[in-house]
Write a new protein. Structure first.
Length: 366
């Protein structure tokens, strides 16, 4: 420090802090040998607090405003330094300015996916991220617990600790909520308030206050999202057979616009209808060559269709076929068919029906 600077500091003593950083939580006022004149002006701007520290012991705290530093408004510091009758000479003390404004847009996110048991998807892994707003509510406690004697303490020095704390409390709230994954988007605000309540006691011990907590997104793993997209696509299509017929008609129209394309269109239409029929059978369980029929009752065995008098009857369960075989209505030469068979076949050649004719004599020779 030059001679003129030293003389100026002895003549005029104003203790203040102009914050132009935007991320500083605590700033230590730099003063030559930490000496402050009696009657010096302390200027604490809105969104600030001034904390006086003497030999590592926190003394007086000043709110926003203009203060004249005398014995009467420094009661704790006067007691610590033993000023019984006031002081007239410069005194030594460290002054820390603490920013009490709200620090917005602080980011948080789950480092690892949160494992949950979802009622619809079963065990799933969820990721989440968002932002929060924090402020220093108790400057003296914050300096004692976090900032210490750092000359300048920024949000970066505590952001990692806060992110870990927020992530842990969010995972806890997510597990306790037991909200289905597909309903989480409708409960972001409620979850934010719940997490805020869980974190408040932890931050209060550090002299901090969480004034806002926002859940921006909770996402499922990529493979689950792809499966949901396919499921949604099937729901949008609706009637699969009608959709296939529409696609076939579009293909015929496109083929008709090309020379010699109608022959290929006819083949494509036939294949399209065949595929539609097979897919409908797979989805609806209908047998080929027959109308819709319910599956056989449990314990009744496979159901067969029977050709009698040029007509198709059935499906018949095994008990009904056994009675028909005993009465002669069903013979070894009667044509039968069930789902999975390539075509109609004589009943006597079907291994599953052959035992029905064991007690029935064969027809007399001609």
């Amino acid at each position: 420090m030059g001679l003129w600077d030293f003389v100026k500091t002895e003549l005029i003593d104003i203790v203040e802090w102009l914050d132009d950083s935007g991320d500083t939580l605590v700033y230590r006022f730099e003063r030559h040998d930490n000496e402050i004149k009696n009657g010096a002006q302390l200027i604490v701007r809105p969104g600030q607090a001034a904390v006086f520290v003497d030999q590592g012991q926190i003394a007086d705290v000043f709110a926003p405003g203009r203060h004249v530093l005398r014995t009467e408004n420094l009661p704790l510091l006067s007691t610590i330094q033993g000023w019984k009758y006031g002081f007239e000479s410069p005194f030594k003390a460290e002054v820390y300015f603490v920013s009490t404004r709200q620090f917005t847009d602080q980011k948080w996110g789950t480092k690892n996916p949160v494992m949950l048991r979802d009622p619809e998807f079963g065990p799933v892994r969820l990721k989440a991220f968002g932002s929060y707003i924090v402020r220093v509510a108790e400057p003296a406690k914050f300096i004692a617990q976090i900032a210490g004697t750092n000359g300048r303490f920024t949000t970066e020095g505590i952001s990692e600790q806060l992110r870990s704390l927020v992530s842990s409390r969010f995972s806890d709230a997510l597990g306790e909520g037991k909200i289905p994954a597909l309903d989480l988007a409708a409960n972001y605000d409620e979850m934010g308030e719940q997490v805020r309540g869980k974190i408040a006691p932890d931050l209060a011990e550090l002299g901090l206050e969480l004034t806002g907590f926002v859940v921006e997104n909770i996402s499922l793993p990529d493979e689950v999202v792809k499966a949901l997209d396919k499921r949604s696509s099937m729901g949008v299509i609706g009637n699969l057979q009608a959709y296939t017929q529409y696609q076939t008609a579009e293909a015929i129209r496109d083929a008709a616009q090309n020379p010699g394309g109608l022959a290929g269109a006819g083949m494509g239409a036939g294949m399209g209808f065949a595929m539609a029929q097979q897919m409908a059978q797979a989805l609806g369980g209908q047998p080929q060559g027959a109308g819709a029929a319910p599956p056989p009752l449990p314990g009744q065995g496979a159901a067969y269709f029977v050709a009698a008098g040029g007509q198709q009857t059935g499906p018949h369960a095994m008990d009904a076929l056994r009675q028909q075989a005993g009465g002669g209505a069903l013979t070894r030469e009667t044509l039968v068919w069930k789902q999975g068979m390539a075509g109609w076949a004589p009943a006597g050649e079907v291994p599953e029906l052959a035992p029905l004719f064991a007690a029935v004599p064969p027809p007399l020779p001609q």
